[in-house]
Design a protein around this ligand. Structure first.
Ligand SMILES: Nc1ncnc2c1ncn2[C@@H]1O[C@H](COP(=O)(O)OP(=O)(O)OP(=O)(O)O)[C@@H](O)[C@H]1O
Ligand SMILES: [Mg+2]
Length: 233
C-alpha cells in the first residue's frame, strides 16, 4: 500500500532522514519506534507532504505521492494525526471534527460525522464542549477521530499515548486495534515500544535518521537489541 524508498529529508543543514525505506501493506498495523530525534515524526511529515523529501520516493497504491501538496495526499486516502494532538482548543468537539472533514463533499460530511461519533461515544456525549476543556485522553481521542473524518485508508498516528495515564494508554491501543477491524491500515509512531510492538504486525527501528532493524513485531520484541534499548533492559 505504502512504499518509502531511500527517502532523505533535511532541515537546513540537518539531515533528519538519511535514506529511509519502509513498507506498509493493506490491513497491517506497522509501528515505527526509536529514541527522541531519531526521525519518526519527520518520516510521517514526509509521507503527508508537510515537509518535502530531497531524495528517494514515496509510493501509495502504486503511485508516486512525494512532491504532491498535503491536501492532495489527504485526498488519496492518507490521514496524519500529529504529535501533540493539535486540537483547536476554542472550537467545540463538533467543530474540531468538521475541520477534519473539510475535504469531503458536503453531502457526505454529516454521515461521516455520525460514523466517527459512533466509534467514540465519549466524544458524542461532549459534542458541544470546547476542545481545550477535554481531558488529555479525550483530546487524544478527538485528534484520532478528527483524522478519521476525511475517510482515510491509511491512518498515521504520531505518539498517541504520550503523556496519558496507563488506563488511557490501554484505551488508545484498544482503539487502534478496533480501527484495523474497521478496515483501516495504521502506521503508528510510538515511544511506548512495548505496547506498540504488542499490537502491531511489523515494526521498524529508526536510529538517527536510518532504519537499523525491522521485522515481525513478535521477533522484534524478543530481539536483545530492542529489549536493551527500547524495552527497559
Ligand atoms: N523544524 C525543524 N527544524 C530543524 N530541525 C528539526 C525540525 N524538526 C525536526 N528537526 C530535527 O530532525 C531530527 C528528527 O526529528 P523528529 O521530530 O523527526 O524526531 P522524532 O523521532 O519524532 O523524535 P521525538 O521522539 O522526540 O518526537 C531531530 O534531530 C530534530 O532536531
Ligand atoms: Mg516525534
Amino acid at each position: 500500500m505504502l512504499r518509502l524508498t531511500d527517502i532523505q529529508l533535511l532541515y537546513g543543514p540537518i539531515e533528519a532522514l538519511r535514506g529511509v525505506s519502509l513498507e506498509v501493506a493493506e490491513g497491517e498495523i506497522v509501528t515505527l519506534i526509536g529514541a527522541n530525534g531519531a526521525g519518526k515524526s519527520s518520516t510521517l511529515k514526509a509521507i503527508s507532504g508537510i515537509h518535502a523529501v530531497v531524495g528517494g520516493s514515496i509510493e501509495f497504491r502504486g503511485q508516486r505521492i512525494d512532491g504532491l501538496p498535503p491536501h492532495e495526499i489527504v485526498g488519496r486516502g492518507i490521514s496524519h494525526c500529529p504529535e501533540g494532538r493539535r486540537i483547536f482548543a476554542d472550537l467545540s468537539v463538533r467543530e474540531n471534527l468538521l475541520m477534519g472533514g473539510y475535504l469531503l463533499p458536503k453531502s457526505e460530511t454529516a454521515q461521516q460525522l455520525e460514523q466517527v461519533l459512533a466509534m467514540f461515544p465519549r466524544l458524542s456525549e461532549r459534542i458541544s464542549q470546547a476542545g481545550g476543556t477535554l481531558s488529555g485522553g479525550e483530546q487524544q481521542m478527538l485528534a484520532i477521530a478528527r483524522a478519521l473524518m476525511c475517510k482515510p485508508a491509511l491512518l498515521m498516528l504520531d505518539e498517541p499515548s504520550l503523556g496519558l495515564a496507563p488506563i488511557m494508554v490501554a484505551k488508545i491501543f484498544e482503539t487502534i486495534l478496533s480501527l484495523r477491524q474497521h478496515g483501516l491500515t495504521v502506521l503508528l509512531v510510538e515511544q511506548n515500544a512495548g505496547a506498540a510492538l504488542e499490537i502491531s504486525d511489523r515494526g521498524y527501528v529508526l536510529e538517527v535518521g536510518s532504519v537499523t532493524l525491522s521485522g515481525d513485531s513478535r521477533a522484534l520484541r524478543s530481539d536483545p537489541r530492542v529489549v536493551q534499548a527500547y524495552l527497559g533492559g
